[in-house]
Ligand binder design. Structure first.
Ligand code: BDR
Ligand code: CA
Length: 341
């Protein structure tokens, strides 16, 4: 029997993004199963611009029957040197498929800013909310700048970001979410001593294939959600192959889903305690994330960094949970958790 305090209350900070959408759907399936509560979605400028990430978040909520959940809007980031990732995720961040879905029901012009939503929710429920951040850390940093100490009021902060013992994906040394706003990332790492990080070191092993997507949607393949998911998967595989992200395997990396893997299936990840620093100045290394591997005493650890993942365990749980979204008896299936199906 779950108590109120063990049910994780989550704010999802996201910049949809193909892999954001898969993470988002995983979270919604956990909510449907009574395993989590989604308090709000705070959209952020990143993979594509602020308006597009806001409207994608709204469309996903509408498509899955969660349109009552608040969506925060973000400021566009004023940095000429950084380009978005529309070349990976499509011009709308949804594999150019947004026109196939019901239109957004939330209004950008009337929405609260994402940093305000974060501040208000953390003040209202100190110590209870988990922040899951799967885009650039602009909103979290803005909340901390406006209300110093606010991020300490989160129960925990889990982010997809960084590259430690592997190459970057936006530059030789930097991962996209950090590279897009390194100053914001450093503010978040300075805000508390237990930031949980899912970097490319683990997410580069998380290749979702067409067979997996088919297995998820097979119980209801004609539904709008199934058709969208299969088409998005196809689009993402096209760009993943052209940018050589999967070692030639037809599939794509579900980076952002690692955060939910950590929260709900922590046995699938191995983490290392570390002090993470972000390079904000380097000409060639801007956005690089660094930890000290020397055998000297570490007195300033600020993070838990995942460096290994059990990908079979991860996909077993991820796919089984996603299937719940395609069942008509989604609520009843919560009770079948752990039984053969
Ligand atoms: C991260 O960058 C984005 O393009 C993805 O959505 C993910 O959050 C991976 O580096
Ligand atoms: Ca993302």
């Amino acid at each position: 029997m779950k108590t109120q305090s063990s049910l994780r209350k989550i704010i999802l900070d996201t910049d949809p993004g193909g892999d954001d959408i898969f993470a988002f759907l995983w979270l919604l399936s956990l909510v449907k199963q009574g395993l989590a509560e989604l308090v709000a979605v705070t959209s952020v400028d990143g993979n594509v611009g602020a308006r597009s990430t806001f409207s994608s978040a709204s469309q996903i909520l509408g498509l899955t029957g969660f349109q009552h959940i608040e969506v925060g809007r973000s400021f566009p980031l004023q940095k000429e040197v950084v380009s978005d990732a529309a070349h990976i995720h499509g011009a709308d961040g949804m594999g150019n498929l947004s026109h196939t879905l019901p239109p957004a029901t939330h209004r950008f012009a009337e929405a609260r800013y994402s940093d305000e939503v974060i501040i208000d929710q953390l003040n209202a429920l100190p110590g209870e909310i988990t922040l899951v951040a799967i885009g650039p850390l602009t909103n979290l940093a803005a909340a901390e700048a406006k209300s110093p100490g606010i991020l300490k009021k989160a129960r925990e902060i889990v982010i997809m970001a960084g590259a430690f013992q592997c190459p970057g994906n936006i530059s030789p040394h930097a991962e996209f979410n950090i590279f897009y706003n390194p100053e914001a990332a450093q503010i978040v790492f300075d805000s508390r001593d237990d930031i949980v990080v899912m970097p490319l070191d683990v997410t580069r092993h998380l290749i979702l294939t067409p067979d997996m997507a088919q297995s998820v949607t097979q119980t209801n393949p004609d539904s709008q959600l199934a058709q969208f998911l299969i088409a998005l998967c196809e689009f993402m595989i096209g760009t993943a192959l052209s940018y050589r992200e999967t070692g030639g395997i037809p599939g794509f990396l579900v980076h952002d889903a690692a955060t939910l893997g950590y929260l709900f299936y922590p046995e699938t990840l191995m983490l290392r305690r570390a002090n993470v620093r972000v390079e904000t100045k380097g000409e060639w290394t801007r956005g690089q994330t660094l930890i000290d591997y020397r055998r000297s005493a570490k007195v300033n650890a600020n993070a838990w960094v995942a460096l290994q993942v059990d990908k079979i365990g991860f996909f077993t749980s991820f796919l089984a949970d996603l299937k719940v979204l395609f069942r008509t008896d989604a609520h009843r299936s919560a009770n079948a958790h752990g039984s053969p199906h």
